[in-house]
Design a protein around this ligand. Structure first.
Ligand SMILES: O=P(O)(O)OC[C@H]1O[C@](O)(CO)[C@@H](O)[C@@H]1O
Length: 560
């Protein structure tokens, strides 16, 4: 439960949110011509422009006071130092240790003062050593595969890597491969997540079993979807290569070595990671092996280095300049100050097509909580709905709602200054559209202007009176712009780590545990319970609505 000091800080923020002009943005520009630069912050290669939000001179100090009262810095340092910040699972959240390069001390900068040595047995030192050891194992394996020293059962080299995993064991690597892969990369990467075998049927004709390396990516090695797909794919390998041959194509990425062994993957083909690395934060761990294989080891190292650059910023920058915290405070203002309950993520870059999906898991699985970390119920809204698509496609689908629905939906625009292609005209048009959307949300269009435009275009007075109100844009709709110079492994690492740390800050601000996900368990349990009723009419589901639908499904299946 928040302390009285934290509640007092919340009360100030919430009272500001009730002011009549709380959502107004344009007057902030009028009052402060220096706002664009004052509200633009930088870390490593990331530029964060918060000027098009209603974060004004009264609101910002109140939000920083809340961050201080909630001790966001203390939570951050406890996380970096390996303390048990994931209280319901009794462990730390040590994804940052995965980004510590060889030769650097086990604690990130600013935290190296602790007496950690190779011999230490603190959770963070153990995680750090495992991260380093696995990274070396991944590098050696990747380079051996690329050199042809590790080959498939027929003696052919591997050309394709198939990652079988779901949630955090799929979304991060899939997103990064989609962002960074080019035909010049050493191997092709494929991702199989859904237990819906249509996905496997669609993928299978595109890959050759003799040249495909299969990674079974599962932290727990018990996830139903992944284990089902892994069995299907192992069977497909064995059809061509035999059982012993199939085994030469299988690798496990997991904390569960015994589970992998039971599946037939020997310990030397298991790439482990610490259970202090949550699934949605695991892209940097062994779960990223598909990236190392498909993009090349140097690119994977650059991805880690980019994330590390953001870690260093997060750990050292003062609150007022700390990008992850600033993003988190903007969210607090939108959700708790102004009552907005969704946020859109619009990357203006096709390569980032899976970035919104990655953020959906990262943010909604972390922040969709109804209890404080101490088990008391929350008394205010927590994580918003996060959704998105690349621009400009989004403009032609759901952006209408963002412009004119009664409840604003804040937007994160992600823009990339320099494209990875040689078609400058296309890129200028892409950027023009992204900037135009941010501007349209901010400035809107008054009815007076609409009427004048319609009259100039020759519309009748009747048409103007009837249609003009529908063509009005209120403006003052918030957006945040993140600008990267170009999309590289290093800048993508920075971008993803920025949002990871934003999530940690929001966990501290809302007083919730951002590192567990108990809400996913009930559906899993019930699916296991319902499965027998779909297998045989002898079993029935307990719940009448489910039982009725199962009867309908079985009838339809009987009819073919
Ligand atoms: O890596 P695993 O253990 O297969 O889990 C996959 C995903 O399932 C979840 O536990 C949710 O069901 C995620 O948190 C996790 O990323």
């Amino acid at each position: 439960m928040p302390s009285s000091e934290v509640e007092a800080a919340w009360a100030v923020v919430e009272a500001l949110g009730q002011q009549p002009d709380a959502a107004a943005i344009r007057p902030l520009f009028t009052a402060d011509p220096g706002r664009p630069s004052r509200m633009t912050h930088r870390a490593a290669d990331v530029l964060l422009d918060l000027s098009r939000t209603a974060l004004g001179p009264a609101v910002l100090p109140a939000l920083f006071a809340l961050a201080r009262a909630a001790d966001v810095e203390g939570f951050r340092d406890a996380m970096a130092g390996g303390e048990t910040v994931n209280v319901t699972e009794g462990r730390g959240a040590l994804h940052m240790t995965l980004r510590i390069p060889d030769g650097a001390p086990p604690y990130p900068p600013g935290h190296g003062d602790r007496p950690a040595t190779e011999a230490s047995t603190t959770p963070s030192t153990i995680a750090w050593k495992l991260a380093r050891q696995t990274r070396h194992q991944m590098q050696a394996f990747t380079e051996a595969v690329h050199a042809g020293a590790i080959r498939g059962a027929t003696g052919e080299t591997f050309s394709d890597v198939l990652n079988i995993g779901i949630g955090g064991s799929d979304l991060g690597p899939f997103m990064a491969a989609r962002a960074l892969w080019t035909p010049a990369c050493p191997m092709r990467a494929h991702y199989l997540a859904n237990v819906d075998a249509h996905a496997w049927d669609a993928l299978r004709p595109r890959i050759n079993p003799a040249r495909t390396l299969v990674l079974v990516a599962s932290k727990t090695f018990t996830t139903q979807e992944t284990m089902t797909n892994a069995a299907l794919v192992r069977g497909w390998l064995a059809e061509t290569l035999g059982d012993a041959g199939a085994a030469m194509h299988l690798v496990a990425l997991s904390t569960n070595v015994a589970g992998a062994a039971a599946f037939g993957i020997p310990a030397e083909r298991v790439f482990g990671f610490s259970d202090t690395v949550g699934g949605r934060f695991s892209l940097w761990s062994a779960i990223g092996l598909s990236l190392a294989l498909s993009l090349g080891w140097p690119a994977f190292e650059q991805l880690l280095a980019g994330a590390r650059a953001m870690d260093e910023h997060f750990l050292a920058a003062p609150l007022e300049e700390n990008l992850p915290l600033l993003l988190a405070l903007a969210e607090i203002w939108h959700v708790n100050g102004l009552g907005y309950c969704a946020r859109a993520v619009l990357p203006y870059d096709e390569r980032l097509a899976r970035f919104p999906a990655h953020l959906q898991q990262l943010e909604m699985e972390s922040l969709g909580k109804g209890l404080h970390a101490d088990g008391t119920p929350v008394s205010r809204r927590t994580g918003p709905v996060v959704f998105g698509e690349p621009g400009t496609n989004a403009q032609h689908s759901f952006v209408q709602l963002i412009h004119q629905s009664p409840v604003p939906v804040p937007v994160d625009f992600v823009l990339i200054a320099n494209p990875g292609h040689v078609h400058p005209d296309s890129h200028r048009k892409l950027l023009a559209n992204g900037l135009a959307q941010a501007e349209a949300l901010l400035v809107g269009k008054s009815e007076h202007t609409v009427r004048a435009e319609m009259a100039a275009a020759g519309a009748s007075q009747e048409q103007i009176d009837r249609v003009a109100p529908h063509r009005v844009f209120t403006g003052d709709r918030p957006s945040t712009v993140i600008l990267l110079p170009r999309l590289t492994p290093h800048t993508l690492g920075q971008l993803v780590a920025l949002y990871e740390h934003k999530v940690a800050c929001l966990g501290a601000l809302w007083g919730i545990n951002p590192f567990d996900q108990w809400g996913v368990e009930l559906g899993k349990q019930l699916a296991a319970h319902i499965l027998p009723a779909l297998e045989s009419r002898l079993a029935t589901a307990d719940e009448p609505a489910t039982a009725a639908l199962i009867a309908e499904i079985l009838d339809l299946q009987a009819r073919g």
